[in-house]
Design a protein around this ligand. Structure first.
Ligand code: SAM
Length: 310
């Protein structure tokens, strides 16, 4: 299976699908969530599905999607949500629901040539779009020790980010990073605590840097607010504490820092009403069947019906 959708039932229920509404699933992957959205639409409803990964695009060519007149696939980074939807003729303020299931799919993780996982030997690539921009090897071979330390500490929460970054810079002078094994070997030398957990933190930090995941999420959130109709739902599944905090802050205040914003009269403006006050989590039963669900946090908000939401 390409990817087992996480919190499928809860996230689709939270979208509150209207059969003739306009929806966006910005992380199509294997199409698990998209399929469930399409089941709720009639022929007037529309689903725009985004993914930047060419393998995900192939999934969208399956007849159940490609032959469904309500379905449109957009091969793009979701940070361009507004631009892409507008080029499809969708106006700001008209989308009934937007779903984002962040991070990587199981298929991406399990495909050795993509270099996302310490479990497989492959090139240190990690680019979700598989084509543009620096690879994970480029990051390790060219960033300064300080820049590497920042990434490993912020995205990977490594306790020894400084010494790991220093070790990278020294090692690459004689042995530039090329393969996942090169990074695994360094992790094996320097890990603190559980080795597997340490490796997954290092790999995750690099993946987030290579794909500019934090910047993309920030752009996406502000586009989502603009594109949603008053009363429209934003449903986001995160798998990393930084992302979860960004989404939580944005839903509360309209900015990722969580700074309350005020209107001309000094009244605090709230772009969204929170549908879930606390993040939703997977049940033990789901986690048992799909370990990826363990770190999932479901955040849901509804764009306010007053004008100040936009
Ligand atoms: C967790 S998977 C989504 C799985 C999907 N919900 C399903 O049911 O199969 C995340 C997907 O989002 C895509 N993705 C992640 N960041 C993206 C971005 N900034 N723009 C477009 N696609 C992105 C990845 O390529 C991956 O296919």
């Amino acid at each position: 299976m390409y990817h087992a959708p996480v919190l499928l039932h809860a996230s689709i229920e939270m979208l509150g699908i209207q059969a003739d509404g306009i929806y966006a699933d910005v992380t199509f992957g294997g199409g698990g969530h998209a399929r469930a959205i399409l089941e709720g639409l009639n022929s007037n409803g529309k689903l725009f599905a985004f993914d930047q990964d060419p393998d995900a695009e192939k999934n969208a060519q399956a007849p159940e999607f490609a032959n469904n007149p309500s379905f449109t696939f957009i091969a793009s980074n979701f940070r361009l949500l507004k631009r892409q939807l507008r080029s499809e003729g969708i106006e700001a303020g008209s989308v009934a629901g937007i779903l984002a299931d962040l991070g990587v799919s199981s298929f991406q993780l399990d495909t050795a040539e993509r270099g996302f996982s310490y479990r497989f030997e492959g090139p240190l690539d990690m680019r979700m779009n598989n084509q543009d921009g620096p690879t994970a090897a480029d990051v390790l071979n060219t960033y300064s020790a300080e820049a590497l330390q920042n990434i490993l500490s912020a995205y990977g929460e490594l306790r020894n980010a400084r010494s790991f970054a220093q070790a990278c810079v020294e090692l690459r002078q004689t042995n530039p990073f090329k393969h996942t094994e090169d990074l695994v070997a360094l992790c094996t030398k320097l890990f603190i605590g559980d080795r597997m957990r340490y490796m997954s933190q290092v790999f995750q930090a690099l993946r987030m840097e290579v794909n500019e995941e934090i910047g993309a999420l920030k752009d996406f959130l502000s586009d989502a607010l603009e594109m949603l109709a008053p009363g429209g739902r934003l449903v986001v599944l995160t798998y990393h504490s930084i992302e979860d905090r960004m989404v939580k802050n944005f839903m509360k205040t309209g900015n990722i820092q969580g700074q309350p914003e005020k209107d001309f009269y000094g009244n605090i403006t709230r772009p969204f009403d929170l549908v879930l006050k606390k993040a939703g989590e997977a049940t033990e039963a789901e986690v048992k069947g799909n370990s990826r669900a363990r770190s999932a946090r479901l955040r849901v908000a509804q764009k306010t019906k007053e004008k100040n939401g936009q």
